[in-house]
Design a binder for this molecule. Structure first.
Ligand code: FES
Length: 127
């Protein structure tokens, strides 16, 4: 998918941009989808028509880009080291690991999913 999605200045900080991911109707229920943006991959999990979860699709363990094909039954398993995440909360399902997916703010504006994306992903290794 293209990474030249339209972006806008966001009201929540000068470095954050709003990315238009397209019509919200294009995201089917319980079918996770990863959209590439200029700020990195974004994972959208529409639990129901009224409940949508949006995350930066970058693993908090070592920064692997997460893929929609690694999602099943509301869970994502990173294909690099098999960390598991709950798609409804973004929390790690691995005992002892508290780092979860970075949840992104969004709004539905005129039927389109507009996501606020920070300037760059926090480096999970603190580099
Ligand atoms: S980078 Fe995802 S589990 Fe290691």
């Amino acid at each position: 998918m293209s990474n030249d999605l339209p972006t806008f200045a966001a009201p929540h900080g000068p470095e954050t941009v709003q990315v238009d991911l397209g019509p919200v109707a294009g995201f089917a229920d319980k079918t996770p989808r990863v959209v590439q943006s200029s700020r990195g991959p974004i994972l959208v999990y529409r639990e129901s028509p009224a409940v949508i979860h949006v995350y930066l699709a970058i693993c908090p363990h070592m920064g692997n880009h997460l893929r929609e094909q690694d999602c099943a039954n509301g869970t994502l398993v990173c294909n690099l080291h098999n960390w598991e995440f709950d798609l409804r909360s973004g929390r790690s399902l691995n005992p002892g690991f508290t780092a979860g997916l970075l949840r992104l703010e969004y709004e539905v504006r005129e039927g389109r999913l507009i996501v606020e994306v920070p300037p760059e992903a926090p480096d999970p290794m603190g580099r």
